[in-house]
Design a protein around this ligand. Sequence first.
Ligand SMILES: *Cc1c(COP(=O)(O)O)cnc(C)c1O
Length: 387
Amino acid sequence: MSDQQLGINTVCVHTGEVTDTQFKGAVSPVFMAISYAFDGVDVKRYPRYFNTPNQEALNKKIAALEHTEDALIFSSGMAAISSALMAFLKKGDHVILQQVIYGGTYNFVAREFEKYGIEYSYTESSVIDDFKVLIRPHTKIIYIETPSNPLLGITDISAVVKLAKDHGIMTMIDNTFASPINQTPADFGIDVVIHSATKYMGGHSDISAGAVAASKIHIAEIWETSRNFGGNLSDFMVWMLERSLKTLNIRVKEQTKNALVIAKYLERHKDIDRVYYPGLASHPDHELAATQMKRFGAMMAFELKAGIDAMEFQNALQLIKPSMSLAGLESTTVSPAQTTHASLTEKERLERGITQGLIRFSTGIEEPKDLIADMEQAIRSTKKALV
Ligand SMILES: *Cc1c(COP(=O)(O)O)cnc(C)c1O
């Protein structure tokens, strides 16, 4: 049976697995060897060549999950992003980036592109015309991230792909927030799909990893640069990630289901001014999201009513943990104004929609009723401190 015919949970559990011919164990063995016999000119196995038995196994699973021909696994999301971008860029090339992207990617572009003489522009918004006006004769890549962080903005993937194809430009997407369970951008023609596997793919807040999925031709090109940059993941962690991916669908599905319950609760709440969740009909891009996402993911953001302090609210939570990362089995919060966007001025933050009372929420697998009870008591006790 080809992987195309297999159901998603079967792909998660089995695709790519290494057969233990010696002992017939039920799961892939771990191969920690960093040295393999020279096996003819075609296969020189070495961890930094991304072709150890465990790496090859996981590459196949990730490719199957993202509906691409091939994939590579990295030691972090940023290793994946930097290797994928630099594989295709040279001095004088131009990149168009969506205005809201992950902070680490923003820093990478600001520091490294300038050094190598790579030009770049950020769009004014995620509307397609804002991409169009930035196209130059030497534009090489359009880079997007949808849903975006922290306000869950949605970019029209098909429209970006069409625009890019019309101009012979490559497309890349950071698909971390959706995970391949909720969105498979290759189906819409995106060339390179990137993940921080530290998030949903790892899913247990204990693995740092990244992944790139694309056609065989594009992966071959990315591979050339990746083996020079050396951002491969240790085989033990590759094996850990394979283990995590077995439950990717059941985890993300449950998290996504819980997220809708929480979003609806927050939307009705009199002490919450606004909820950003693409699964709510009130989200400005709800209909667009429905055309390109299978479900709407487990990330959301909301604004506490003026006067309710974001830090105090988070400190009052008992079950839900404040956390800089996201996508674990446990629900977590972060307040962007005080953390990720703290270095910006108040004015710059407001231009980006980041208010003092904004909370980004990553939904876990806990029972929604318990999460709601925790938020309810935290809102109540923070308000009490006000009077
Ligand atoms: C975390 C994250 C990254 C970076 O991944 P690391 O594994 O921390 O290097 C990139 N993009 C998004 C959307 C992320 O959330």
